[in-house]
Design a binder for this molecule. Structure first.
Ligand SMILES: [Ca+2]
Length: 158
C-alpha cells in the first residue's frame, strides 16, 4: 500500500490561516471592547432626552417658568444615580423633580446629570457616565452633553 504524501497542511497554508485569524482579531477585538461604552453613551443620550422632557413638563405645569430661569451654573438633577429633589428650585418655584424625572437605570452607570444655561442662552444637559467603572465621577469618564435648543449631542472625556 502506497502512503499518501499530500495529507495535511503545508507551513505556508498554516501561516496564511494564522495571518487571517490575526487580522480578524485585530478588527473585531477593539469593536467588542468599545461596545459597552457605546451602549452606555447611547443610554446617556436617552436620559438627556428624558431630562429635556422633564423640563418641558415642568414648564407646561408652571407656565411662569421658562428656560431663561435655568441657572448659568451647573445644577445637578441626578446625584449618585438618584434624582435630587428640588435641585432646580428657581425663585418661588418649588419643583419636586422625582414627579417629573425617574432615576436612571443602574446598568447605565449614570452617576450624575446636570442642567445649566450657557452664554448663548442655550440649556445644556450633561450626563456623566462612569465608563471606567470606578463608582465615582473621575478622570476618564465620559460626559454626554445635549444642547436642548440646538438638539445636538456631544461626547467628551472628563
Ligand atoms: Ca469613574
Amino acid at each position: 500500500m502506497r502512503k499518501n504524501k499530500t495529507k495535511g497542511f503545508t507551513l505556508i497554508e498554516l501561516l496564511i490561516v494564522i495571518a487571517i485569524i490575526a487580522i480578524l482579531a485585530a478588527v473585531l477585538i477593539p469593536n467588542i471592547l468599545n461596545a459597552r461604552t457605546r451602549a452606555q453613551i447611547s443610554g446617556a443620550q436617552s436620559y438627556a432626552r428624558d431630562v429635556h422632557i422633564m423640563i418641558e413638563s415642568m414648564m407646561t405645569d408652571n407656565p411662569e417658568f421658562s428656560y431663561a430661569d435655568i441657572p448659568a451654573t451647573e445644577t445637578a438633577v441626578v446625584n449618585g444615580g438618584t434624582v435630587q429633589d428640588n435641585a432646580l428650585d428657581v425663585g418661588s418655584f418649588d419643583f419636586t423633580l422625582s414627579d417629573y424625572l425617574k432615576d436612571p437605570p443602574g446598568s447605565s452607570r449614570i452617576l450624575k446629570a446636570t442642567v445649566q444655561r450657557n452664554t448663548d442662552g442655550d440649556v445644556l444637559v450633561k450626563v456623566y457616565v462612569d465608563t471606567n467603572n470606578s463608582g465615582s465621577v473621575d478622570a476618564g469618564d465620559k460626559i454626554v452633553t445635549y444642547n436642548i435648543q440646538k438638539g445636538t449631542f456631544s461626547v467628551s472625556t472628563n
